[in-house]
Design a protein around this ligand. Sequence first.
Ligand SMILES: C[S@@+](CC[C@H](N)C(=O)[O-])C[C@H]1O[C@@H](n2cnc3c(N)ncnc32)[C@H](O)[C@@H]1O
Length: 245
Amino acid sequence: MTEKTTGVSPRRSQFCCYNSPPRLLDLYCGEGGAGMGYHRAGFEVVGVDINPQPRYPFMFIQGDALDYARAHGHEYDVIHASPPCQAYSVTRHALAPQYRPELIPQTRELLEYLGKPWVIENVVGAPLRWYVELCGVMFGLKTYRHRRFEMSFLVFQPEHLPHPERLTRKGRAASPGGFSNPCGHPNFAGEADIWKRSLGINWMTTRGLTQAIPPAYTEWIGNQLMPLLAVGAGNYNDKHEGRGE
Ligand SMILES: C[S@@+](CC[C@H](N)C(=O)[O-])C[C@H]1O[C@@H](n2cnc3c(N)ncnc32)[C@H](O)[C@@H]1O
């Protein structure tokens, strides 16, 4: 597939330990929830998605994630991947197989081959080998949105505090202003704004919001990864020393 590149807005962070910000490749980037967290942690972020993503806030390349990573992964310091979760979500049986590709094993194999520090994010139920599980409550957000992260390095997982509010059976807030679970279509005027506030995201379409990781999650990971990179750590899979360089 031909790659198309749009938009550039890297910035240098005050937390950065490099002369220039480390480069992070954001595979399956969507509208950039994950990318924004890494940006806030001080990374220069470049996203790849098979679909056009005009709302993506950083440099964007349209193309197949694995094709791009095979050709260019060695140019980055870190690789994050959010493969589509439809194959692993509770609603998977409602979808024909072509709409729920199982991309985690191929993605992991390629990331291990490339030998850079890496992160694979996905939903509860996805075939991750080990993971930390993050929840909005850990970051003071008004959503639960549990997501798991398998990584080539170690990070601390915040305490998983009790959920303070119940959701309705459809995942809606039980009371106005309460917690929300952005999924499907907004039910009432203004619900998309509630979703934005609950995720800590203000630039996305409604569809982007239903797929996004709250940036607070990857900011948490990125802040722990940054000092590891500064001392040359971040990849404990040391049988691979980086390929294609
Ligand atoms: C779960 S969403 C990503 C959400 C994003 N990480 C965020 O936090 O906002 C998965 C994305 O993978 C993209 N996608 C699906 N198959 C792809 C492929 N083969 N190559 C690149 N992107 C792909 C979809 O277009 C979708 O935007």
